[in-house]
Design a protein around this ligand. Sequence first.
Ligand code: CP
Length: 319
Amino acid sequence: MRHLLSTKTLTRDEAIEILDVAEDMAETQFREVRKLPTLRGKTVVNLFFEDSTRTRISFEAAAKRLSADVITFSAKGSSVSKGESLKDTAQTLAAMHADAVVIRHSASGAPQTLADSGWIDAGILNAGDGTHEHPTQALLDAFTMRKRLHGERSRGRALDGVAVTIVGDILHSRVARSNVWLLDTLGAEVTLVAPPTLLPVDLGPWPATVRYDLDDAIAQRPDVLMMLRIQSERMHAAFFPNSREYSRRWGLDDERLARLDPASIVMHPGPMNRGLEISSGAADSPRSTVLEQVANGVSVRMAALYLLLSGDREESTRV
Ligand code: CP
């Protein structure tokens, strides 16, 4: 794998391989092997043009646990705020011999532009681009589902027949897009639930069923209920009903939580708007995987960095 830009282009075998390597990586952390020598001498640059807590810290932890050198670059406080272009920024990083660039950008397609440009000869990992994709989030979500539903050791397994319901601001969600493509590739059955104004106009090519009523969707007994953040920073007022109305009709409150099948899990990529799309009771309940998703993110990002920057699967977990 040269770059990780999207889940839409991942084959089933490639996706399962990433999950399997992530399982290997998780096992090394479980054995309290804090650092693997695998990427010693490699330089990973975290290039964040948009705010992030989980993704940025998680990629940094992942690279460090593989012994790579890490440079974290935030657009705030850099020469980007003086108007420096993506091209000049990329060429500056190339001059510093970056082997991989983890990029988050508000423009959909920015990671693809970087990968295609020839400005820098490095593996590019998409850490979220506009409303387009967030592939490592979807991979860590799939990893979390596989672990919860199939057990700690699930090498080689996909998510065939798993019913996943994704609820909320689908329109602005790169997490939803990456999840829909990846879950379909892994054999899951995806349902999207949202107000009509928070769904993309052209849902034709999406491999998912659409519903507008959360209570109807809960009555279908999904294995996974994934709540999405309302992205008010990307939203025109006309899209959004109002907070109280949204919460009443599309929020996961304690009463809806109680109606979920006892075996089903509740996911949220974070950051959460507690009291809007999810109640604190649901976010902190034993069936919530919110913090497991964060922990699994490190293993999945270790796997992605390893597969981009190294070639030897056996070598990946050798201490
Ligand atoms: N889930 C996610 O991408 O979170 P951050 O914005 O904190 O990175």
